[in-house]
Design a protein around this ligand. Structure first.
Ligand code: SF4
Length: 83
């Protein structure tokens, strides 16, 4: 598990726990909507840090999860957001 990647900047305080990033990643790589197979992990922590965002070692920095984060909790470094 990694708390960041080379290309994706994480803004955890903006995360709503909506989990579209989970679904987009799992569908892209497993052709199923299965958050357990997502390469991005969103965990509820506590009131001071509602959500912790991390990435598995299999994350390839493709940026799909960034496109599906409507709350801008994920940002691609060095690129303009596409969506
Ligand atoms: S960058 Fe790509 S592989 Fe990594 S968590 Fe996001 S969608 Fe999954």
């Amino acid at each position: 598990m990694r708390l960041m990647t080379d290309k994706i900047r994480v803004i955890p305080e903006a995360c709503s726990g909506f989990l579209m990033c989970h679904l987009a990643c799992s569908f892209a790589f497993t052709k199923s909507y299965n958050p357990a197979k997502s390469r991005i992990l969103i965990e509820e922590v506590d009131a001071t840090e509602p959500f912790r965002i991390s990435f598995t070692e299999e994350c390839n920095d493709c940026g799909l999860c960034v496109r599906y984060c409507f709350y801008e909790a994920l940002k691609m470094e060095g690129r303009k957001r596409i969506a």
